[in-house]
Design a binder for this molecule. Structure first.
Ligand SMILES: NC(=O)c1ccc[n+]([C@@H]2O[C@H](COP(=O)([O-])OP(=O)(O)OC[C@H]3O[C@@H](n4cnc5c(N)ncnc54)[C@H](O)[C@@H]3O)[C@@H](O)[C@H]2O)c1
Length: 327
């Protein structure tokens, strides 16, 4: 049956792929977004990629501009559209920025989530609230693959507030009977990311002929996940009865070093130059996440290896370069 799904942060990178999937499944996405850019507007591809994200689907989505910190506006939009479910993605999404912009991180990640939960408590039509956490809540991985029970020792304001949000989601669930699902994605990459995470920086710099910087020889391990797989996991978890009041790692489920990432890039783009520097010692040491729970309970099966996902991503960025959009 077709449902109305409110997606906070739905105009963003992951949110736009979730919208596309929901439309494929005949659901009606309602995007609630403040359209914020985190990178200097002088350097950003934000406008170009925002248009790309919604090519062919813009007219099938209701867009509501607003901030999740503006509780009365969130309440107005929820009362107006009466969504069946909420996928809550809106948050300051960059760990490094959370340390310098800690008040913004706190209000955007935590207050925004509490506002959504309070409104979900006050109405009787919302069947599920899906909260977006992060693998950054684990801090340094003590073992890999890290399952959902792995100790939580976040090392950034970002991971700390995301984890605090998880605790409050569970608390609202226990106290008010709100049905929830918590998702922990990791290192999502693919077409239209504009937040200049490592995958975007490496792909764009390689295409522009700039040198790529590898910290400590690129020994950092990440569970790179192609954005279409992330979106598929979100949608499965949003609707599955098995996901009620559950937490899921939604990733590729494989640890790959940055050196491996660059080696794959070199097979697609020749003559990539690299230099090595000291690493950031505060960055958590990470690796593969265990996705067996999502496989078992949701039937989640990521389709893209890093090789396949990167090929698709590079093709997209190369096209933007040829169109003169990437300079
Ligand atoms: N991309 C990743 O690798 C990754 C990994 C783990 C978790 N996450 C989480 O997934 C979510 C989406 O991340 P993304 O990569 O798509 O980032 P994004 O920046 O592309 O999307 C975030 C969207 O949320 C909106 N937004 C931010 N704060 C808001 C607020 N207070 N009110 C309303 N809208 C607001 C922004 O305008 C943007 O459209 C975030 O919660 C992020 O922390 C992302």
């Amino acid at each position: 049956m077709s449902e109305k799904i409110l997606i906070t942060g739905g105009a963003g990178f992951i949110g736009s792929y979730i919208c596309r999937k929901l439309i494929e499944l005949n659901h009606m996405p309602i995007v609630y977004d403040s359209f914020v850019q985190y990178i200097s507007p002088f350097d950003s591809l934000y406008q170009t990629y925002l248009t790309e994200r919604f090519l062919g689907i813009k007219d099938k989505i209701i867009f509501e501009r607003g901030d999740t910190r503006d509780k009365s506006n969130v309440r107005r939009v929820i009362s107006k559209h009466k969504p069946d479910r909420i996928i809550h993605l809106a948050a300051l999404p960059i760990a490094d920025l959370s340390n310098t912009h800690s008040e913004e991180a706190l209000s955007s990640i935590l207050q925004g989530a509490v506002n959504v939960l309070e409104i979900a408590r006050d109405v009787d039509f919302i069947k599920r609230v899906v909260y977006t956490s992060s693998s950054m809540i684990y801090g340094d991985f003590q073992y890999t693959p890290a399952d959902e029970e792995h100790p939580k020792k976040p090392k950034d304001i970002y991971g700390g507030t995301k984890y605090a949000g998880e605790i409050l989601v569970e608390t609202f669930g226990r106290r008010y009977g709100i049905k929830y699902t918590i998702i922990r994605p990791s290192a999502v990459y693919g077409p239209t990311d504009v937040n200049r995470r490592v995958s975007q920086i490496f792909v764009e710099n390689a295409i522009l002929g700039k040198t790529l910087t590898l910290h400590r020889g690129g020994d950092n391990v990440l569970d790179f996940t192609f954005v279409e797989d992330t979106a598929d996991g979100f949608v499965k978890a949003t609707f599955s009865d098995n996901a009620v009041n559950q937490i899921f790692n939604i990733t590729r489920g494989e640890g790959r070093t940055l050196k491996e990432f660059v080696d794959i890039l070199k097979t697609i783009i020749p003559n990539i130059k690299t230099i090595e520097t000291e690493g950031d010692l505060f960055r958590p040491k990470r690796g593969a996440l265990d996705i067996s729970k999502a496989r078992k309970l949701l039937g989640y099966e990521p389709k893209y290896s890093l090789e396949q996902g990167l090929k698709k991503y590079v093709e997209f960025v190369l096209k933007k370069f040829e169109e003169g959009k990437l300079k």
